[in-house]
Write a protein that binds this ligand. Structure first.
Ligand code: IPE
Ligand code: IPE
Ligand code: MG
Length: 252
């Protein structure tokens, strides 16, 4: 995996209502699309479609507010358990999102990346994603990191397998394996850990998201369903984050 260069946060004039201390990396579990649709008597796919609109707004806010990395949980390794029609609808939405948005995202300096077992995605989604990543690889303003067919346990298993292979091939000595060694084998290699993890729709769990990386991430859960999530909700999370004291096991 490529490591990436992050510019120093630009000292641009900020919206006065924005807190001083902002997270560099925000991760979001975009949950509650199905419940949103159900409340309206709509098919679940309509909830997913509305969820894409929320994502669009959040990406815009991140660009405006100088967030450097946004990682969004879009499809988990467990989501394959859902009915085939729902999985297909989700994959179709991904393709549509990339077709519609990449040009504008590229113009705005967004670098698209992906984490997860990407090779297992349907071919069209994989190709569109590959294209989007290639087109935007040089952008530095915001990393939009899409978690697709992502599972924290799968990521750790894949990392272990790759490490063992390198040990067998003599590229790595087992005595040298430390935490930072393992980190280089994760899908997120080169990215800093998330500072803030937002979960929509009220569930108090990680659902297999960023198990390693979220060790010291600040958690923020809202009952707002993802399709209803707006920039005000993101702002509320950022304000809460700014008030937290991060100790990382140390003392104040
Ligand atoms: C999140 O919304 C989107 C994905 C998991 C792909 P859900 O589809 O899980 O919505 P709920 O949790 O059923 O409301
Ligand atoms: C987590 O939501 C996965 C995504 C948002 C993509 P789920 O709806 O799959 O999580 P659980 O099943 O409620 O834990
Ligand atoms: Mg859910």
């Amino acid at each position: 995996m490529l490591s990436i260069f992050f510019p120093k946060r630009r000292k641009k004039k900020r919206d006065g209502s924005l807190p001083e201390r902002l997270p560099r990396h925000v991760a979001i579990i975009m949950d509650g699309n199905g419940r949103w649709a159900q409340k309206r008597g709509l098919p679940r796919a309509a909830g997913h479609r509305a969820g894409v609109e929320a994502l669009r707004e959040v990406v815009k806010a991140c660009l405006e507010w100088d967030i450097q990395i946004l990682t969004v949980y879009a499809f988990s390794t467990e989501n394959w358990k859902r009915p085939r029609s729902e999985v297909q609808a989700l994959m179709h939405l991904l393709v549509e999102y990339l077709e519609r948005e990449v040009e504008e995202l590229h113009e705005q300096g967004v670098q698209i990346r992906a984490i997860g077992r990407i090779s297992e995605l349907p071919v069209e989604a994989r190709q569109k994603l590959q294209q989007a990543m290639e087109t935007t690889a040089g952008n530095r303003r915001l990393v939009l990191n899409l978690a697709l067919n992502y599972g924290g346990r799968a990521e750790l298993a894949d990392a272990c397998a790759a490490m063992v292979r390198d040990v067998e091939e003599g590229k790595l000595r087992w005595e040298e394996i430390r935490e930072d060694t393992l980190e280089k084998y994760l899908y997120t290699a080169g990215l800093p850990d998330p500072d803030l993890l937002i979960r929509a729709a009220g569930e108090m769990r990680l659902s297999n998201f960023l198990l390693w990386q979220a060790a010291y991430t600040e958690l923020w859960v809202t009952s707002t369903l993802w399709p209803d999530f707006r920039r005000e909700d993101l702002l509320a999370a950022l304000e809460d984050y700014a008030r937290r004291e991060r100790r990382f096991g140390g003392l104040k």
